[in-house]
Design a protein around this ligand. Structure first.
Ligand SMILES: Nc1nc2c(ncn2[C@@H]2O[C@H](COP(=O)(O)OP(=O)(O)OP(=O)(O)O)[C@@H](O)[C@H]2O)c(=O)[nH]1
Ligand SMILES: [Mg+2]
Ligand SMILES: [Zn+2]
Length: 309
């Protein structure tokens, strides 16, 4: 068997760093990272063509850094439209098993809409979404009960949901067990604690963390580049920079239905109904929302995504 292809652990302009053997497990994770240059073709489209987690083909060059000449087929991607030019696909990370959608209870406040959008993007790209809400210790009992009710939506969809706190340690053991031996990426708003969670899982400072702003509790975009970290137990975590929003790449209205089984499962009798607020006499989804058996936030997300596509 040929050795596993080198894996990209970080990317710069026209360059990247790889580890041989994919950094699997502690032993291989300690292998020296190698700095490489991208071939001209790759460098021109690098935001689409190359992402952290990619497996690549290298060409050795005497007296110069190895050249990345090709990217191997991906098992999963997490993509979104480039915020500056929505016609360009931006691949945030490739070949991960799980995408951990990290949010926080407060500072910054929990936003179900962002979780829903990211969840659709993750599933569309072929990875498993995991929902983590960090800073659990900032909630009082009432706040926690309200959050748990909101999170029930994701549990019903069969997704793992974990409440964590890097301050009290709540949920860290559960998260470590959930991700053990897998390759995953942490995504979410700036300041929710992605890098802090990585450090908690690693048991050491693997990544730099930053404080949220005093006034509005927003993050300061401390992490500026995605980077893959190999943890002592063999788990690999790609820590990513905070996103402001999450657009959907490569989805149409028909495909969108697929990612809302909770709404589709209500069996609306109008085959082509998109369950929008326009009067459609007997839409099952709208009835369920009115009756409170389906989360209103989930329905709002559905409508927002529908309008966007
Ligand atoms: N209260 C509380 N604060 C936390 C917790 N976890 C992290 N923080 C704090 O939240 C702030 C932001 O943490 P980071 O880990 O830098 O957040 P991030 O998501 O990596 O942010 P970006 O790199 O900017 O995307 C820091 O001040 C952390 O100390 C937690 O569980 N509870
Ligand atoms: Mg960070
Ligand atoms: Zn309907």
């Amino acid at each position: 068997m040929s050795p596993p292809a080198p894996v990209v652990v970080s990317i710069g302009r026209g360059t990247c760093t790889v580890v041989q053997g994919g950094g699997q497990g502690a032993a291989e994770g300690e292998r020296e990272p190698v700095s490489c240059e991208l071939s001209g073709d790759l460098a021109r489209v690098q935001q689409t063509a190359l992402a952290v987690g990619d497996r690549v083909v290298l060409q050795d060059r005497p007296g110069a850094a190895p050249l990345v000449t090709a990217v191997l087929p991906r098992s999963s991607t997490l993509s979104r439209p480039d915020p500056m030019d929505p016609h360009i696909e931006r691949v945030l990370v490739a070949n991960v098993d799980d995408v951990v959608i990290v949010s926080s209870t407060r500072r910054p406040a929990f936003k179900a809409g962002l979780v829903d959008r990211t969840m659709v993007a993750v599933q569309h790209g072929g990875a498993r979404p995991v929902v983590v809400v960090n800073k659990a210790e900032l909630l009082d009992d009432r706040g926690r009960a309200a959050l748990e009710a909101e999170l029930e939506t994701y549990r019903e969809l069969g997704l793992p949901v974990v409440l964590t706190s890097t301050v009290t340690g709540e949920g860290i053991t559960a998260l470590r067990a959930l991700l053990a031996g897998r390759t995953c990426a942490f995504v979410g708003h700036s300041g929710v604690g992605k890098s802090s969670l990585l450090n908690a899982l690693a048991g050491q400072d693997a990544a730099t963390t930053g404080r949220v702003r005093e006034g509005d509790g927003k993050g300061r975009h401390t992490t500026t580049q995605a980077a893959l970290h190999a943890l002592p137990d063999g788990t690999r975590v790609v820590d990513t920079p905070g996103v402001r929003a999450f657009g959907l790449w490569g989805l149409d209205r028909l495909a969108l239905r697929h990612y809302f089984p909770d709404l589709e499962g209500l069996g609306c009798r109008y085959g082509d109904c998109v369950h929008d607020p326009e009067p459609q006499a007997d839409c099952a989804v709208k009835r369920a929302v009115a009756a409170g058996t389906v989360s209103a936030a989930r329905y709002r997300t559905w409508l927002r995504l529908l309008r966007e596509l």
